[in-house]
Design a protein around this ligand. Structure first.
Ligand SMILES: *[C@@H]1O[C@H](CO)[C@@H](O)[C@H](O)[C@H]1NC(C)=O
Ligand SMILES: *[C@@H]1O[C@H](CO)[C@@H](O)[C@H](O)[C@H]1NC(C)=O
Ligand SMILES: *[C@@H]1O[C@H](CO)[C@@H](O)[C@H](O)[C@H]1NC(C)=O
Ligand SMILES: *[C@@H]1O[C@H](CO)[C@@H](O)[C@H](O)[C@H]1NC(C)=O
Length: 385
């Protein structure tokens, strides 16, 4: 199954001769609903919450766009900052449903609901697996390899185009932990999943490097202990379980542990592949600012509340989710971090992108000279678009 594992040494040699550098001319991304820009349209049955129903897309596209937000995602803002068009979903290309003029600009392989580990992993452990999530990182990588001949035909042309693209691997893993979290898994057992998830992510990175990738951005997990859906599910009277912002400490500790292990593995990869640029995107601390200093971002008062939700202390209701009949969105999503309980608002994603590009939240820092210098817009007026 892990058929690339024997290629380690060969990969190192290939990478040493790959000296492509300079600015990114395309973006290829893998992941889940934090990154999916429309692959969701092409899979069935529909998911819950159903990101293909209004009011998804309300703020920016003014209709559901296949993104699980009211507007654009981090990957959209990054592509824009690189002077590239928004990333098209691979399945639109595969199904010939959309004209795709220039594949060199990149393509998005992320699918909402996707896990890092294969679906079989969860089935073997007795979890009820949502069939719509059968688009693991392995499956997405296989798509990329199937797609490659449409991008380039010779080993030198592939090296060139792959080497000058940015590969975004993740965020992925959030849904993997969702399965054990939905059951009665003890914290000690939950932790045992982390190395397995990380191992799949690092294998994917190695495989992409063997294919010629030079610049890779690998996001860690968000602080999902501040996620209104989880805050609702794991609500407790024990105040000691909450931090000063009202987030669940044990959950954030868990995701921080995932991020620590991920960074340890990224450091190993940097040693193995010294000519690559492996950038860790610290989604956790970047988003944590929202909860600790909400006023700075215009989120005061609503920071743990859902914009599009069906009631309850966090305005998240398991039986009345965003997109369901009768569930209305807040008037101004730019005042909220959480769009639907699981996914962030365009405003939060925009602030996060700013944190990644300008702030200290990428390790090492992005080479800004490669960016177009275009700002990602006026932070206060976009809600009027
Ligand atoms: C940043 O990218 C520019 C353009 O490719 C290059 O000239 C410069 O050396 C890079 N800087 C760093 C620190 O890598
Ligand atoms: C998931 O996909 C794999 C290969 O793409 C397939 O073999 C498997 O049957 C699928 N599993 C489910 C539950 O649909
Ligand atoms: C590669 O070759 C195939 C088959 O000849 C062709 O269909 C495809 O368009 C070519 N791809 C590129 C990027 O030239
Ligand atoms: C959640 O939604 C259900 C179904 O619409 C509704 O009956 C219930 O009152 C809601 N719960 C809260 C706390 O608003």
């Amino acid at each position: 199954m892990r058929n690339w594992s024997g290629k380690g040494m060969l990969g190192v040699i290939l990478v040493f001769v790959s000296t492509v550098s300079g600015c990114q001319r395309g973006v290829f991304s893998f992941g889940d609903s934090l990154t999916d820009t429309g692959n969701l349209y092409f899979i069935s049955p529909r998911q819950s919450p159903d990101c293909l129903l209004p009011p998804y897309g309300r703020t920016h596209f003014h209709h559901p766009s296949g993104r699980c937000s009211d507007g654009r995602l981090i990957v959209d803002f990054l592509a824009h900052s690189l002077g590239l068009p928004y990333l098209k979903p691979y399945l639109a290309f595969k199904n010939a449903a959309l004209p795709l003029p220039d594949l060199h600009h990149g393509l998005n392989f992320a699918v909402a609901g996707a896990t890092a580990l294969d679906t079989a992993f969860f089935q073997e452990r007795g979890f009820t697996v949502d069939v719509t999530t059968n688009f693991s990182l392995r499956v997405q990588l296989d798509w990329f390899k199937e797609f490659l001949p449409s991008l380039c035909n010779s080993s030198s042309s592939c090296k060139k185009v792959i080497g000058s693209s940015l590969f975004i691997v993740g965020e992925i893993g959030g849904n993997d932990y969702g399965y054990p979290l939905s059951g009665t898994t003890a914290f000690e057992d939950l932790v045992t999943y982390i190395p397995q998830v990380i191992s799949v992510i690092t294998s994917a990175i190695r495989e992409l490097i063997h294919l010629g990738a030079v610049t890779l951005m690998v996001p860690g997990s968000l602080p999902l202990g501040c996620n209104p859906a989880y805050l609702t599910t794991f609500a407790t009277m024990d105040e000691n379980q909450y931090d000063q912002a009202g987030c669940l400490k044990w959950l954030n500790t868990f995701y921080e542990y995932h991020n620590q292990l991920l960074q340890i593995e990224l450091n190993r990869l940097r040693v193995l592949y010294p000519l690559t640029n492996i950038i860790y995107a610290d989604y956790f601390n970047c988003a944590l600012q929202f909860y600790y200093a909400p006023e700075q971002f215009g989120f005061g008062g609503n920071v743990l509340k859902v914009c599009c939700g069906g009631g309850g202390p966090y305005n998240y209701n398991e039986t009345a989710k965003c997109g369901d009949a009768g569930v209305v969105a807040c008037d101004d999503p730019s005042k909220y971090v959480s769009w639907d309980g699981y996914h962030l608002t365009e405003a939060a994603y925009r602030w996060m992108t700013k944190g990644l590009l300008d702030g200290p939240y990428t390790i090492p820092k992005f080479n800004i000279s490669c960016f177009t210098g275009e700002t990602i817009g006026d932070f206060n007026s976009y809600a009027m678009e």
